[in-house]
Design a protein around this ligand. Structure first.
Ligand code: DAK
Length: 251
């Protein structure tokens, strides 16, 4: 089991992604497990607030598993995209607050899961970003839309087009996280406990209203799978696994 569910007092549930040898990067098994746990928690009325974090000192989630993605055909990439989209959507739409406790790297799909959460707290050593462009692909689990919604289009273009990482202080300045605090999990659990005392019905409606906005998430899900037919995507993904700099040719 690489997704741990820990039920705390008062209806707070801590979900921990634990695949530390790969900096908690998500392969199919881990992501499927996460999606299944989130589905259950969405339906479970005794779960009042969900906190998501990564195991260990180094990472929240270092992204989708790049080594797994290296062998994906376009159709498989679309299914992989759909699975990640569902997990992020569950975090965004489940009728109770969700909080990301970002305890280290939150990159690519990891940043996208955090963006699906209602609140994001970061430790001072957190690093966030959407580095997919350096792999010859694009964010595939909602990043292009949610990052722009949370931080504005200018910031989203900066981070998605350059692929650069931001540290915790910059993440706070650009609105990507709500606060920087150590130890981050304690703060996230404290806020969760406070939210768990509020009216679940009012929280549910508030969240639904705040989320109302025209979305282009379906379009993103459609388009990104096609990129997996390109030589550049294969090159970028392979180069990571081989620990070398990718050589993009534009094909
Ligand atoms: N996938 C697989 N393994 C990963 C990984 C990842 N995302 N991130 C780290 N690891 C592994 C490393 O390969 C290494 O494994 P070993 O070599 O020990 O076997 C181990 O974790 C420790 O990592 P490092 O040795 O690299 O640790 P460092 O402290 O030196 O560096 C780092 C930490 C986070 C800067 C570095 O590991 C790194 O750059 N990682 C990759 C980060 C990244 O690019 N993340 C974004 C992934 S792309 C889509 C669907 C989904 C997505 C896109 C499209 N479609 C269906 C179209 C989503 C994409 C992504 O999330």
């Amino acid at each position: 089991m690489s997704v741990l569910v820990d039920r705390r007092d008062g209806g707070v549930v801590l979900v921990t992604i634990d695949r530390q040898d790969a900096l908690n990067a998500l392969n199919v098994e881990t992501l499927t497990e996460l999606r299944d746990r989130l589905r259950e928690l969405a339906e479970d009325e005794s779960a009042r607030v969900v906190v998501l974090t990564g195991a260990g000192e180094k990472a929240f989630v270092a992204g989708a598993d790049i080594k797994y993605m290296g062998s994906l055909a376009p159709d498989e990439a679309k299914a992989w995209g759909a699975l990640g989209h569902e997990a992020a959507r569950l975090l965004e739409e489940m009728p109770k607050p969700t909080i990301a406790a970002i305890n280290g790297f939150a990159l690519g799909g990891g940043c996208e899961l955090a963006l699906g959460c209602d609140l994001r707290y970061a430790s001072s050593r957190a690093r966030l970003g959407q580095p997919e462009i350096d792999l010859g692909i694009v964010p595939g689990w909602g990043g292009t839309q949610r990052l722009a919604r949370v931080c504005g289009l200018g910031v989203a273009k900066d981070l998605v087009l350059t692929g650069r990482m931001v540290d915790a202080e910059e993440a706070l300045r650009i609105g990507l996280v709500n606060a920087v605090v150590d130890p981050v999990l304690d703060r996230a659990l404290e806020v969760a406990a406070k939210l768990a005392e509020k009216s679940p019905g009012a929280l549910r409606v508030a969240k639904r209203l705040l989320n109302l906005s025209p979305g282009a998430l379906e379009r993103e899900a459609e388009e990104f799978g096609d990129l997996f037919a390109s030589e550049d995507a294969k090159e970028g993904l392979a180069a990571f696994a081989e620990k070398r700099t990718p050589r993009f040719t534009g094909r």
